[in-house]
Design a protein around this ligand. Structure first.
Ligand code: NAG
Ligand code: NAG
Length: 447
């Protein structure tokens, strides 16, 4: 049975607690930030010029933080990064589209070229497109750079998404040989795809160096409580799904043979849009992306440190595994969809510009969602009053979007959740922006 991410329920609870703590620390930081402001509530905090600079120049900062210590440096850097993100001023509508834009990649249509799925990325179709940025530590670029390079290329045609991956490795290791087995226990490469922007019914595909694959559809959001669902089972959010993909792995080295030095393994996949779109809100008679459409995607690699015993590789404990990803997402959890990167499908090879005019709508929804989650963590319930939320000031200045309207909804199955609406968007023609409310329905702790 396919499991869910790499963590069992207990570990995930621990992660949730740890994240609660970091949210609390973060809120404290914000409180300090506000307290050190000039108290004029009509003024948008000018983060770069006052709060951060004040913090940086304070005696407290200088005596407390030993910046020569790399750990302290990383902690402080992350702290500042969060503040900056939270308090950035949006000066004009032209800044909205790129507000904290995550990593992105332009996937070009094959325009008649072909890709031979043999695991070797030597096809002309691959040679003419650039690599993605190298993967980084899943938590943040502030963590040590991964000790092996991982990068991808993407293309598409009228039937398939093509994925090419380069996975540098000196000790190639794999154990699973049965489809849908627990590939996340091996060293593996994986991708997660949301085809309709609802962040629901998203797909996850994993592959190891043997070429063994695991594919699954995840119905619910990872933000929902897992073990209070109807069946009480953690895997309740999974649906059986077959990607019906074609894939091959090429190995430059030897699998499971210590003593020699391997170079890399590479992956080629073609994944039908028809299966990718299964269960989504796309029109299934036309499951392909439109020209210039952007999809949320994440790519990851998990890597054991190996030791050798009796001539065989022995992996470290799962909890010690290295997790690297295309878009860093602040937690060891590839499923946090609001922290994925973006892939734009393009037909014109000469169009190098990434553009996602709806991005700030999603950003606004994510920011309200995070504010809601933080509110609930502290208060044990949601609120329908946006002024009670700790959200970035740009959301209240109406530069990018109208002030979001929040509604608490009571659902037929007697659970409550919330719905966020961003009405009459200022800078796009979209009438509304909304993420399906059931994504955010919580099943417990509601009053
Ligand atoms: C994959 O192929 C099988 C066999 O042809 C088919 O029954 C199934 O519906 C396909 N999966 C999806 C998600 O379309
Ligand atoms: C894993 O190996 C890398 C590279 O050799 C090393 O930097 C890292 O500290 C190791 N991690 C653990 C948990 O042993």
């Amino acid at each position: 049975m396919p499991g869910y991410i790499i963590l069992d329920v207990k570990t995930r609870k621990a992660v949730a607690i740890c994240c609660g703590v970091s949210i609390a620390v973060f809120l404290l930081g914000i409180a300090i930030g506000y307290a050190s402001g000039n108290g004029n509530t009509d003024e948008v905090p000018t983060a770069k010029n006052t709060i951060l600079e004040q913090l940086q120049s304070s005696t407290c900062y200088n005596s407390y933080f030993d910046k020569s210590d790399s750990k302290v440096n990383r902690f402080y850097g992350t702290f500042l990064e969060r503040h900056r993100k939270k308090l950035t001023c949006v000066k004009g509508r032209n800044e909205c589209e790129n507000l904290y834009l995550p990593r992105n990649y332009n996937a070009y249509h094959l325009n008649g070229r072909t890709i031979n799925i043999d695991g070797v990325l030597n096809d002309d179709a691959w040679k003419e497109v650039p690599w993605s940025a190298d993967f980084v530590d899943i938590r943040s670029e502030r963590f040590p750079t991964p000790f092996f390079t991982t990068k991808i290329k993407l293309r598409w045609d009228d039937n398939n998404l093509y994925v090419g991956a380069y996975i540098q490795e000196k000790d190639i290791y794999a154990t699973k040989t049965t489809h849908d087995d627990r590939i996340w226990e091996d060293n593996g490469f994986e991708l997660l795809i949301d085809v309709d922007g609802t962040m629901f019914n998203y797909k996850q595909i994993q592959i190891n160096a043997f070429g063994t694959t695991m594919d699954q559809l995840l119905y619910k959001s990872p933000y929902e409580d897992v073990d209070t669902s109807a069946s009480g089972k953690a895997d309740d959010k999974l649906k059986t799904w077959e990607a019906n993909l074609t894939s091959r792995v090429y190995v430059d080295g030897t699998i499971n043979q210590p003593g020699d030095k391997d170079k890399f393994w590479s992956v080629e996949m073609s994944i039908p849009f028809e299966t990718l779109s299964f269960g989504s809100e796309r029109n299934l008679t036309d499951p392909n992306p439109n020209d210039n459409e952007a999809w949320f995607m994440q790519f990851g690699r998990s890597e054991h440190n190996l030791t050798v015993e009796n001539g065989r590789y022995v992996p470290q404990a799962l909890s010690q595994k290295n997790w690297w990803s295309w878009q860093p997402c602040g937690a060891i959890n590839l499923h946090l969809q609001d922290r994925w990167g973006l892939v734009q499908f393009k037909r014109n090879m000469n169009d190098k510009k990434f553009r996602f005019p709806k991005w700030h709508v999603y950003r606004a929804l994510f920011d309200v969602m995070n504010g809601m989650d933080a509110y609930r963590a502290l208060n044990g319930k949601f609120t329908a009053d946006i002024s009670e939320l700790d959200i970035p000031p740009y959301l209240m200045t109406e530069t990018c979007v109208k002030i979001p309207e929040i509604g608490l909804v009571k659902r037929a199955n007697k659970t409550k959740g919330f719905e966020i609406g961003v009405k009459s968007l200022v800078s796009t023609q979209l009438p509304t922006g909304r993420i399906r409310e059931d994504r955010y329905v919580q099943f417990s702790n509601l009053r």
